[in-house]
Each structure stands twice: as C-alpha cells, then as structure tokens.
Design a protein around this ligand. Sequence first.
Ligand SMILES: *Cc1c(COP(=O)(O)O)cnc(C)c1O
Length: 392
Amino acid sequence: MRERRKSFLPFGSPLIEQPEIDEVVDTLRSGWIGTGPKVKRLEALMCEYTGAKYARATNSCTAAMHLSLLAAGVKTGDEVITSPMTFCATANVILHCRATPVFVDIEKDTMNLDPTLVEKAVTPKTKAVMPVHMAGRPCNMQAILDIAVRHNLVVIEDAAHAIGAEYQGKKIGNIGHFTCFSFYVTKNVVTGEGGMVTTNDEESAEMIEMMSLHGLSATAWSRYSQKAFAHYEVIAPGYNYDMTDIEASLGIHQLGRVEKYLKRREQIWGRYDEAFADLPVTLPAPVGSNERHARHLYTLQLDIDRLTMSRNEVLQALHAENIGTGIHFLSLHLQKYYRERFGYKESDFPNAKYVSDRTFSIPFSTKLSDDDVEDVLAAVRKVLIAGQKVHP
Ligand SMILES: *Cc1c(COP(=O)(O)O)cnc(C)c1O
C-alpha cells in the first residue's frame, strides 16, 4: 500500500509561473501599479477569449455581480432568483441591492438550478435570474434564457467556477446579459483577488466601469496619465471596486494558459473518476455532449447509507492522511442568516439539502503533480474502503 503523504496537501493552491512573476515586477518598476494599461489588456484578452464585446475588471466576482445587478436595474423590493447551492456572495449581493434573493432548488446530479422550478418562482417582482455554473458545469442556459425572454428577466451568470466552460458551442461569458468571473486564489485563473464582468451591452459596460470607480465620470488612468488632464464629476455614489495593474499582471498570463490548464485538469479528473468508481460515492455526473465543463472543483457525493462514517469523520480521516478537503457548499438556506431572516426549513430545497449533506471536494488543481494525484486517490480509497459497511 502507498505510504501516507509526508506534507499536507491543501485543497486548492494556485500554479504561479515565471511570466506572471516577471510581469508583476515590470508593473512595480513601471510606477503605475493602480488601474491602468494592464487592466485594459486583461479586459481585451477576456473579450477575445469569451467572444463578448465588453469586459470590465473588478477586484472580485462579488463586486462584478453587485455591479451587474445594479446595471440590470435591480432595486429595493425586486426579486432575484438564484441557487442555494452556491457561495454566500451570490445571494449577499442581491441583499446589497435591497432586493430579495429567491432560492429555487437544484438538480441532484448537476448541482445546477432546475429550470422548471425557476419558471414557477417568477412573480411580477422578479427582475433577474442568477444561475451558478456549479463546479464549472454549464447550466441549462437555453431553458433559462427562454424563461428570461418570456418574463423579461435579466440573466446574470455566476461564472466564478466557469472560465473555459462552453455551452452549445459558445463560451460561458457570451451567453447571458452579464457573466461574472472570479480570479480568487483558488479559482482556475488567479490574480489574488479579482473578478470580471463580460457583457454585450455597451451602456451597461460603461455604467459598471463608472460605478466601480466611485461613480466618477472619468477613470484614473484617463485623468492622470500623460494623454490629458481631465476634470471629473461624481455622477453617482459608486464603489471602490477596481482591479489593479498588479493583479492584472497575473491575470494576463494565467488567462493565456487557461486551455492548457484545462487539459491537465481533464487528465486528473479522468484519473479520479477511474479510481473512485467502486467506492461508496457518486461521481460527478458526465458532461452533456454539447457542453464543456470548466473542471473547477472535483466533488464527490458520499453514499452515506453505505458508510459507517459521517462526512465529518471522512474529512477528518483524509486530513489525518495529509489530504485537504473543501465543502462546496453548505446550502445557503441552511446558513444562519438566511435561515433566520427568511425562515427556511431544511426540507424547503430537498435536492440542495441532499447535496449539502453529502458533498466534499478533494485537492484538484493544475498545480498537482502526478505523485500528488496518486497520494490523493490512495488516501480517498483507503478512508472510504475502511468506512464501508460490510454486508454479511
Ligand atoms: C468564489 C466564488 C464567488 C466569489 O468570488 P470572489 O472573487 O471571491 O468575490 C462567488 N460565487 C461562487 C460560486 C464562488 O465560488
């Protein structure tokens, strides 16, 4: 049997290569470390990569989603439909707009919004729908866009997991009205903190740019760079949501490698699928023929009826083997604030509750060596075989 791993393998860590290190140093030496030419370059690369007409960089996906909701005109009293199987930021930003998040249940296998339930949740107050491409798997966008057209809704995609994903031949980023990406440290493309909105609507792109810099009528780059001195006016009470050139320096090179990284992710994914097929777990569902999964998270669902161990015990046992894990996610309707404010019962979203009770994510990133991958799968096999119920 394979020996226990010597050093702890964190659940997610970024692969940083020499070109981005050099680019950051170049930015530091250039004297312009704030929002400037490198952010513009990253935005142009995002347009090129996704096919969207406009891309606006922000300092997080959370900021990107908040500004997209504002650009969509979401305001006090509106309702926004979204998934409870997501990171809290997706619903928090709806509350930041003084609107109401309306959760609808997910599909057990894809962990994505169930479109039939989306349509049932639409009321005269519904302004937008925020699908989340969970783990990197594209949502059923055709069904969601059809509902949006029927009810005049804005579609804002949480694509924090989904850079590189494709749906019916189109890149995620060029499908809904707004698509929001994350470049947080654990994501497929990293800038430290960072995010991006892509859209094909020029007016929205301009509003997002203005609102991400305090609501000023001109950007700092255009105000202070050589080209011209320009006066500005405050035209709205905006936010401080801009990405810096230091962050963009990382993103420019990371984005350039997204296809190459995806190939490596697919390789590791295949190895995991193969190694876990006989264990008391449900593997990630296969990907639809007209879709490309962005392979952000490798999540397994524990078959708890076939195990003598709880999920916590499984995760503790993996940690004891020096393998880090994550949970994506505990359903938002079970989280204290949402539970108390909206009075949810556990059974309100049965599929989200089902996944929430069983899911766990294992180390999965481009940084993993073949040896790391073998350590992970040996530890997962060891723990789950030991925890399996024995039938006489
Ligand atoms: C990471 C994440 C976010 C937030 O991204 P930030 O860039 O950290 O703001 C939003 N939604 C989902 C599903 C995420 O995983």
